[in-house]
Design a protein around this ligand. Structure first.
Ligand SMILES: *[C@@H]1O[C@H](CO)[C@@H](O)[C@H](O)[C@H]1NC(C)=O
Ligand SMILES: *[C@@H]1O[C@H](CO)[C@@H](O)[C@H](O)[C@H]1NC(C)=O
Ligand SMILES: *[C@@H]1O[C@H](CO)[C@@H](O)[C@H](O)[C@H]1NC(C)=O
Ligand SMILES: [Fe+2]
Length: 449
């Protein structure tokens, strides 16, 4: 593949792939009709009230599900360094921008680790509206390149018997100037290194913000984990081909791997009596990144932290969330938040607000004042729907978590009501050692109009 030598809009005017010039126009018309027909069949909340639709709890799920081992082909490394792996997309605040993230180099586990130099491999995304690998496009080179930065994090335990970890280099690049609702093809990595670029992937940008402009389908997943049941969930998700995935916290359960995981110890405090904090087995995160890559390299994944992302480390656990903060790109700066613990973004006519339940949420704090400003900025003519998500639900009847976040509810609920937030999604309701399933609690707190 020939890469352009100059950056950015070398061929900005070239918008159509020569091969396909007429075909997309023909396809566009019937697919619009299908969407309209589909939309007219779906009643809105204004047609309600409807009886609540719930699914009875399947007690068989309490049996638990086996961990998918790191040797499983879906979790084992597939790319040879310096090639990128664990490629993942995240939406930016609006449809004209998108984050691409990936990992290069190998993570290390054990003692006497030498962290990688994150600057040793560059962070580039080469992209354009045509495939450079499709038959007949051999002469095509991507017209755009965006660059970003990379980081390495470590998870350190100064306690006998616990292993340290240092990650591969985690790269984040923000693409800008994208056209909404448009298919792009890309390769990421370091073009100066032999084998340093990924193979070609593609994504479709979200529709532009606007009333009547909606993503076709959105998946909401919580408490996913990395078990046999997670694979069933992810297969189901992939079959539904969503335009966007919301992941409302508790992603890998790396922090339970040695205590309750399939290959873990039956009693953590018996096996590690001198460790005041529980080890979080970080290679599970790398396995999860590979496991998710078939989806995340083509569909934006929007995450928010759950309790399983806290992962305390160091003496007494003073360092937290290292993996969450390093691995995921979220549009925090773009949405005025400046912390990955809470942020917002638009997907067509929906404004999504992702809130942090494990950072300060009181009404004199920074998150609350950011939320207030964010809600004030919402223009319902542009985004008629406002959807909020955070990990632990404020309302639930499950004894293990009953009223656990009552303080957060008391601080923030009134603000969400006043601004007529339409839908709230949460997770967190995993049942003891039961498999980590998609358990989404949907609560209507108001109406858009
Ligand atoms: C969840 O895992 C258990 C144990 O492996 C299995 O019996 C059950 O069928 C799985 N359920 C789903 C929905 O995949
Ligand atoms: C892990 O790192 C900590 C902090 O640097 C250190 O005290 C400890 O000895 C290391 N453990 C191993 C097994 O190398
Ligand atoms: C609220 O948060 C602020 C800033 O973190 C803190 O100074 C204050 O003590 C908190 N107030 C309450 C009631 O928790
Ligand atoms: Fe949780």
């Amino acid at each position: 593949m020939a890469l352009p030598t100059t950056s950015t809009a070398a061929a900005a005017g070239r918008r159509h792939c020569h091969r396909l010039l007429a075909l997309p126009m023909l396809l566009l018309v019937p697919s619009c009709l299908v969407l309209l027909a589909e939309a007219s069949r779906i009643p809105t909340t204004l047609d309600g009230p409807f009886p609540p639709a719930t699914r009875a709890f399947d007690r068989a799920l309490r049996r638990g599900s086996d961990d998918v081992p790191l040797t499983d082909p879906r979790l084992a490394p597939r790319a040879q360094p310096p090639a990128p792996e664990q490629i993942a997309l995240a939406a930016s605040a609006d449809a004209d921008s998108l984050w691409v993230s990936w990992v290069t180099g190998r993570a290390q586990v054990g003692s006497n680790l030498t962290p990688l130099d994150p600057a040793a491999v560059h962070s580039e995304v080469w992209y354009g509206e045509c495939s450079a690998t499709a038959a007949g496009n051999a002469a095509y080179s991507y017209p755009y390149v965006a660059t970003g930065s990379s980081e390495v994090y470590s998870q350190l335990y100064p306690y006998t018997g616990l292993l340290n970890y240092t990650s591969g280099a985690i790269h984040h690049v923000r693409l800008r100037g994208l056209r909404p609702a448009t298919r792009y093809y890309y390769r990421c990595g370091d073009s100066s290194l032999p084998g340093g670029l990924s193979d070609e992937r593609s994504f479709t940008t979200l529709p532009a913000a606007g009333a009547g402009s909606y993503p076709r389908r959105i998946a909401v997943v919580g408490d996913l984990g990395l078990t046999g049941n997670s694979t069933a969930t992810v297969d189901h998700l992939a079959q539904n081909d969503p335009s966007l995935v919301l992941m409302v916290g508790d992603m890998t359960y790396a922090n339970q791997y040695l205590s309750t995981g399939g290959k873990g110890v039956p009693c953590f405090s018996c096996s590690f009596p001198n460790a005041p904090i529980r080890e979080s087995y970080q290679p599970r995160w790398d396995g999860w990144g590979r496991f998710m890559e078939p989806i995340t390299s083509k569909i934006p994944l929007m995450v928010i932290e759950g309790n399983h992302e806290i992962e305390p480390q160091g003496h007494g656990g003073e360092v937290t969330f290292a993996s969450y903060l390093a691995r995921f790109a979220v549009p925090s700066k773009e949405s005025g938040s400046n912390t990955k613990f809470y942020y917002s973004f638009n997907a067509g006519g929906i404004h999504f607000i992702m809130l942090g339940a494990y950072v300060d949420y009181n009404h004199t704090g920074a998150q609350y004042s950011w939320l207030e400003k964010d809600l004030q900025r919402v223009d319902r003519r542009v985004t008629p729907w406002v959807v909020a998500a955070w990990h632990p639900p404020w309302y639930n009847s499950y004894s293990s978590h009953y009223q656990e976040f009552e303080c957060m509810r008391q601080e923030m609920e009134d603000l969400l009501y006043r601004h007529r937030v339409d839908i709230v999604f949460s997770g967190h309701m995993t049942l003891g050692n039961a498999p980590h399933q998609v358990i989404t609690i949907l609560k209507l707190v108001g109406f858009a109009i």
